[in-house]
Design a binder for this molecule. Structure first.
Ligand code: ADP
Ligand code: MG
Length: 252
């Protein structure tokens, strides 16, 4: 039975999508079958594998509208053992439509429960908001993984986010376990980054540190994650080390 990990932080631009794509790809390199769920109207995860979100008849919007259609929205990518449930820019309209539905927080759970046996891991890339849609991810997830940028402006919101998750756990999903924090876009030359990293480490379980490097951003332009196209880089190795730690925590 697949384990569901949601990758979330209420701040945008902190490396959520990059982490989801790279850990997803790295899990396939460890022989795991993986489904990536794009739960952000910006569709960055779908696009980071080279797909145009406008080309799909069915997407996460279809699924949130009718969870029984989940099988129609998932497709296999060219990466072996990696499937995607794509997002759509129309996802922006879904939150207000869900408000009137009694099962508004359980829609994604109803869908993913059907496909959970087909994958070893399901990773959900969340949007930077604690919307009804994001709560759907927290309700269905077994684990939460939090990327945190090593900048004071981003760090400011991390503690608030972590305590919001604790409240969410108590109210909506007592089984949700935290895998820890991955420091992202780390610049080892900058004092700001060093100080924020030290503070993250003091208050959280730190799974790894991803440096700011063009190996990550240039891979996106090639339509594949860094761990697949820039395999020999230090950062790709770090993504794979983090992935192995996740496997150990989940399966060990
Ligand atoms: P989020 O999903 O939290 O909004 P992204 O993963 O999309 O964040 O990252 C924001 C931007 O930063 C993207 O353009 C991405 O390519 C770039 N980026 C992410 N991680 C790194 C890194 N380690 N080094 C350099 N650029 C990065
Ligand atoms: Mg994103």
């Amino acid at each position: 039975m697949g384990k569901i990990i949601c990758i979330a932080n209420q701040k945008g631009g902190v490396g959520k999508t990059t982490l989801t794509a790279n850990i997803g790809a790295a899990l396939t390199l460890e022989g795991k079958t993986v489904l990536l769920v794009d739960l952000d109207a910006q569709c960055s995860l779908t696009m980071s594998f080279g797909y145009d979100p406008n080309n799909f008849d069915n997407s996460i919007v279809t699924v949130l509208d009718n969870p029984s259609k989940v099988g129609q929205a998932i497709f296999e990518t060219d990466v072996e053992n990696l499937s995607i449930l794509p997002a759509s820019t129309m996802l922006i309209t879904v939150d207000s439509n869900l408000i009137s539905k009694r099962d508004r927080y359980e829609r994604l759970k109803k869908a993913l429960d059907k496909v959970k046996p087909l994958f070893d891991y399901i990773l959900i890339d969340c949007s930077p908001a604690l919307s009804t849609i994001t709560i759907n991810a927290l309700v269905v997830a077994d684990y939460i993984l939090t990327p945190a940028e090593t900048k004071i402006a981003s760090h400011f919101s991390l503690d608030a986010f972590v305590s919001t998750i604790e409240t969410m756990k108590a109210v909506r999903n007592p089984n949700l376990q935290s895998l820890g924090v991955v420091a992202t876009m780390y610049n080892c030359q900058a004092n700001e980054d060093k100080e924020v990293l030290a503070s993250i480490q003091t208050n959280n379980v730190l799974l790894g540190v991803i440096k700011r490097t063009t190996a990550v951003s240039s891979a996106v332009k090639k339509g594949l994650p860094c761990v697949l196209v820039n395999r020999r880089t230090v950062v790709a190795q770090e993504f794979r080390t983090i992935t192995n730690k996740i496997i150990e925590k989940v399966e060990g």
